[in-house]
Design a protein around this ligand. Sequence first.
Ligand code: DOR
Ligand code: ZN
Length: 341
Amino acid sequence: DKFLIPGAIDVHVHFRDPGAPEKEDWATGSAAALAGGVTMVLDMPNTNPATITVEALEAKHAIARAKSQTHYGLFFGATRDNLDEIRRAENIVGIKIYMGSSTGNLLLDDPAVWEEVFKIAKEKNVPVVVHAETESMIQAGKRDCECAKVATEAAIALREKVGNRLHIAHVSCKLELDLIRAHKCPELTCEVTPHHLLFTADDTKDAFLKMNPPLRSQADQDALWEGLRDGTIDCIATDHAPHTKEEKLRPFAEAPAGVPGIEFMLPLMLNAVNEGKLTLEKLVALTSENPARIFGLHVMGWSLVDMNLEKIIQISDIRSKFGWSPYLGRTIKGWPAQVWL
Ligand code: DOR
Ligand code: ZN
C-alpha cells in the first residue's frame, strides 16, 4: 500500500522572502513543502522588493540558494515600465501579470502592455502566467465569475494573436473552464488550487478563507473536479499565500487575502484519490509531469506515499511560520511517509 511517486512541483507559491519574514521565509516555506512531498516550488514576484528588476531577481536567487531545502524557480513580474528588465532577465521560469489587483502592487491593467509582455515571453520561450481578474470590475465590487471570465477571455484572445505560451493561474469558475476547454492547446494551460477544490463560498465565515480569486459555488467546484478529470486543468498548485493570524483576525474588509496550503496539498489530494475522486496516475500528472513540461523543469525527488496512513491535520504538523491552516481538524487518509531530494 505504499507507492513511490515523483516529487511534486508546486508552480505557485508566495514565500514572502524578501520582505515579510513574519509571514514566511525560504527556510520555513521550503521545510513545509518538503514535509508535504513537494520537492520543487516556483515563487511569485509580489515580494518586497518585488521581483521586477534583474537586481531584485538576483537578490532573491541568492536568498533562495542559501535557505531553500527544496529545488526552486522564480517568476519575474511585469509592470508598465519594466519591459527592458524583463528582456534582460535570465534564469526565470515565467513572467507573471496581475491583470487585476491583489496582494502587493503589481497591477498591470493595460492591454497594450500585456501584448508587449506576451511578445517578450514568446521571444524568451517562457510562459506568461496571468492572475485573470478584471480590474474595473474589482473596483466596482464585483469580484465574481464574470470578473474572472472577462480577463481570461482577453488573455486567451491575445495569446492566439501573439502565439506565445499562456498559463492561467488559480482557475475557480465553470465560466473560465468552459472558455479554456474551447481554446485548449499545448500552449494554453491552467492550474487549480486545493482550496477552490475543497471549499465553497458558503464556507467563508471570516477572513481566514479570504483569497483572490474568492471561493465560488458548489456548481463551480463540481466543474473544477470535472476539469481535472477531462484534462482541461493541467496542474494542482497551492497559491500558498501566508498571512499572520493577527492579520486574518481583522474585520473581513481589512484582512489581507490569501491562504496557505503547501504542506497539505499532496495529503489532501491523496485523500481524494482514496475517495475515488481521481486516480493516483492522474494526480502525479497534475503535480509532477505537467508542471515539469509546462515550465521546462526536471522532476527532482521522490515521495513514498502511504495510502493507508490516516491522520488528523493538527497545528503541531505545521512547519510554516504563521501557525494556522484552513484544513486543521480534517482526517486525511494518504500521506507522504518519506521524501527524497
Ligand atoms: O489571495 C491571494 N493572495 N491572491 C493573490 O493573488 C496573491 C496572494 C498573496 O500574495 O497574498
Ligand atoms: Zn498567487
